[in-house]
Design a binder for this molecule. Structure first.
Ligand SMILES: [Zn+2]
Length: 138
């Protein structure tokens, strides 16, 4: 199967997908809010500018798009069919940065939970994970 979009169109689509307040992120925010937790958004002075920040608990949550963050062994993280090298380079860079951010956060005493886009399908499981993570004693 070939990519129906031109490289320019593909770039436009991808940069749109990439923007903040993505659908997976909004979904997780609503769920966390409904569970009764309060948080701050996109705290820039923390490594990786985490999506949800729970300052008192010293915990952060990242919501990662499977494509953009190169989710390993994930069916929705496939590379585009055109400009494969470009995307590979770019997406692997994202993954490396994610890892560095996680290490930096852990070193300064933050607990990190990463939620992947493909994990949003099972809401009750996700709820359990969120509660376990946020209620866990430090
Ligand atoms: Zn995934």
């Amino acid at each position: 199967m070939t990519d129906k979009l031109s490289p320019q169109q593909r770039s436009a689509v991808m940069s749109h997908i990439r923007s903040k307040h993505t659908r997976p992120e909004l979904f997780v925010r609503k769920l966390v809010f409904a569970l009764g937790y309060r948080y701050r958004l996109h705290v820039r002075r923390l490594p990786g500018c985490p999506d949800l920040v729970f300052r008192q608990r010293r915990k952060v949550i990242f919501v990662h798009g499977c494509f953009w963050h190169c989710h390993a062994n994930c069916s929705i993280a496939h590379l585009p069919k055109s400009r494969v090298d470009f995307w590979k380079f770019k997406l692997e860079g994202n993954r490396t940065r994610d890892e560095e951010n996680r290490v930096d956060l852990a070193r300064t005493g933050w607990k990190v939970l990463t939620i992947w886009e493909c994990q949003l399908r099972n809401v009750s499981h996700l709820e359990r994970r969120l509660r376990n993570f946020l209620d866990e004693e430090r």
